[in-house]
Write a protein that binds this ligand. Structure first.
Ligand code: LLP
Length: 432
């Protein structure tokens, strides 16, 4: 009925997630609160891991893209599900290492890594550093030399694919701050420099063509472009790169009308391309990494709010203002992202009330959704914004000094805290 498998309605007419009554959760943990279903997360992790087994005979590694939602508990789950981790900052790396995530299964990304972050990654022994630019390559070689280490790297390549997604989250074209373009010669220049760097071991290449992509073709095309480049490297330098990281970006359903291709289908089809095309080019099938983020946690989460005010402006619109907003979910203000919203305590009633759901921040654009249909609501009702597991908690801010909500993890109907909600004391804790 709803966008996610883990969401349902119980006999009281309340919305449930992972078998837990969201109205009860709102009472227990307060609102706003992010709620995630652990079983749904693990189900997605397992499907990706199995797809590497099935399609590549296990010759690959699924890296959970922790930028989608990074906290200790998610790192523990990813570790428990035999996944690696994609981290993009010292903070994400620190979170992973704090739960003893095996460093060799961590890939460190970023287009503007700080010197201190590179030192941290080398000291920690992260498995692969995904090098984005020449400055980083030179700096990393110097750091490794000083520490008498050799660092395994992949180079981030722009395959130049135009994936049909929102402009702001398209990262594969030439005009992107990420990586080296092939056609300008930058990518080959980086390969030569990496091969000539005494403390760098260039093992492969990486690409990521964007996020929330519904079609499979752009991924297939990207895989081919990358294999072509690997052949080009072999011909030009004699080096045979053994690893190919195809990034993340698999689209999920935010609206019931969305129809992304299931990621299992993506894995199957792309692996066929990787295998047949490698053979055609005379290359060995590389070790494959994929980096799903949104598709692991997105649909496993929702956010609970309490309705504070219902304000109808005749002939204009009705604002339903809640006790959270752009601070805990900046995706509407950033990308005009779609969401389905349900009144959790009236979930069995018809959604025939057209409203704009607004936040409590001092900013007109602080909206969560415009002209969306929800049940007829009044102050005190609980609203659930669905599919907020990815890029909500991780992109949250303290704008207006509003504390960030807790992250609640549900498993088989039972709930526990994964991240405590912030207090006012937390808000001033670093003020001098
Ligand atoms: N790998 C790399 C190198 C990435 O840059 C990303 C996402 C991923 C993997 C994971 O992509 P996913 O499977 O989650 O689509 N804040 C935006 C999304 C930005 C994605 C950035 N990179 C949003 O809220 O939609």
């Amino acid at each position: 009925m709803y966008v996610s498998d883990c969401i349902d309605i119980n006999s009281k007419g309340h919305l449930t997630i992972g078998g837990a009554d969201t109205v009860e959760l709102a009472k227990e943990f307060g609102t706003p609160a992010y709620v995630l279903d652990e079983c749904e997360i693990r189900k997605n992790c397992r499907a990706f891991v199995k797809s590497i087994e099935d399609n590549y005979n296990g010759n690959g590694l699924v890296l959970y893209a922790s930028k989608a939602l990074c906290c200790k508990e998610l790192c523990r789950i990813a570790m428990d599900e035999n996944m690696g981790l994609d981290v993009v900052s010292g903070g994400e790396l620190f979170t992973a290492l704090s739960v003893d995530f095996p460093a060799e299964k961590i890939c460190f990304h970023g287009n503007s890594k700080k010197y201190s972050e590179l030192v941290y990654a080398v000291d920690a022994g992260v498995g692969r550093i995904i090098v984005d630019n020449i400055t980083e390559l030179e700096t990393l070689n110097a750091i490794a030399a000083e520490k008498n280490k050799t660092v395994k790297i992949l180079l981030r390549i722009k395959p130049g694919i135009d994936a049909h997604t929102h402009d702001f989250i398209k990262t594969g074209q030439i005009d992107s701050k990420f990586g080296f373009a092939i056609e300008t010669g930058e990518a080959m220049e980086a390969v030569r420099l990496a091969l000539d760097s005494s403390c760098i071991d260039l093992v492969g290449v990486h690409c990521h063509i964007g996020s929330q992509i519904f079609e499979i073709d752009p991924f297939e095309l990207a895989a081919k472009v990358m294999l072509d480049f690997m052949l080009y490297v072999k011909k030009e330098t004699g080096a045979e790169l053994s690893e190919l990281n195809l990034g993340g970006g698999f689209g999920i359903k935010y609206l019931s009308s969305d129809a992304p291709r299931p990621f299992t289908e993506y894995m199957e089809q792309v692996s066929k391309v990787v295998k047949t095309y490698s053979k055609e080019l005379g290359l060995s099938v590389p070790f494959i990494y994929i980096e799903p983020g949104r598709s692991i946690v997105g649909a496993a989460g929702l956010t609970l709010y309490t309705v504070g005010v219902v304000k109808t402006i005749p002939d204009v619109r009705t604002y339903v203002s809640v006790d959270g907003g752009m601070g805990d979910n900046p995706r509407y203000i950033l990308y005009q992202s779609d969401y389905e919203i349900v009144c959790a305590n009236k979930a069995d009633r018809e959604r025939d009330f057209v409203v704009t759901v607004a936040g409590k921040c001092c900013e007109s654009g602080d909206l969560i959704q415009e002209n969306t249909k929800i049940q007829k609501v009044e102050p005190g009702d609980i609203l659930a914004v669905l599919t907020t597991g990815a890029y909500n908690y991780s992109m949250a801010s303290n704008y207006n000094r509003i504390p960030r909500p807790p992250v609640v993890m549900v498993k088989d109907g039972k709930a526990r805290l994964a991240v405590k909600g912030e207090s006012y004391e937390d808000i001033i804790s670093n003020d001098i």
